[in-house]
Design a protein around this ligand. Sequence first.
Ligand code: ADE
Length: 225
Amino acid sequence: MRIDIITVVPEILKSPFEASILKRAIDKGIVEVHMHNLRDYTDKSYNQVDDYQFGGGAGMVLMIEPIDKCISTLKSQREYDEVIYMTPDGKTLNQKMANGLSLLNNVIILCGHYKGVDQRVRDVFVTKEISIGDYVLSGGELGAAVLCDTVIRLIPGVLNNETSALTDTFQDNLLAPPVYTRPAEYKGHKVPDILLSGNFPKIETWREDEAYKRTEQLRPDLLKD
Ligand code: ADE
């Protein structure tokens, strides 16, 4: 998968891709992530990419021209499956959406900033609008990082058996069961006996029951779907 991220603050997006699972996915060649600074696509003085909104009102708006230039340059080099715009009024990201996106080859992610982008960008170029939750971030960059993390870890070959995404919370619309590691007893707090029994079919049943119980208790809304 190739991900091209368009942003006015590429600095915010560096570190998530420089460590841990995302770095490994890039090093293994399973995913390519390219940052594009919108300021490199403007002819205006001071690398201006935003302007006041028509009709008045507080807050700057990202202009269509530099975004058009950046997206057109990318599209002249390869086909893209989606042009995603990160915005609080987009569809709220969930595991099902991440599963679908992990199957794509080439994706552009556009990060909004200030008051957002000129509506014509959304009308003309954007194919999907995604929010990471009902709260407002200073820009789409942290949203893009969250989206990339949740999608990249699902691409085959990124996680190994030990970290398989198949047993993640939400993967069956269930929260994950509790997990324990050594020591088997800590200051009187014991690991459930079943997990030490070596009876793997029974352990599997226990985990399924616990996942269901936990979901019923903490997220009953998930069981309604
Ligand atoms: N940009 C600002 N707020 C956002 C959010 N909640 N999700 C995605 N992008 C955003």
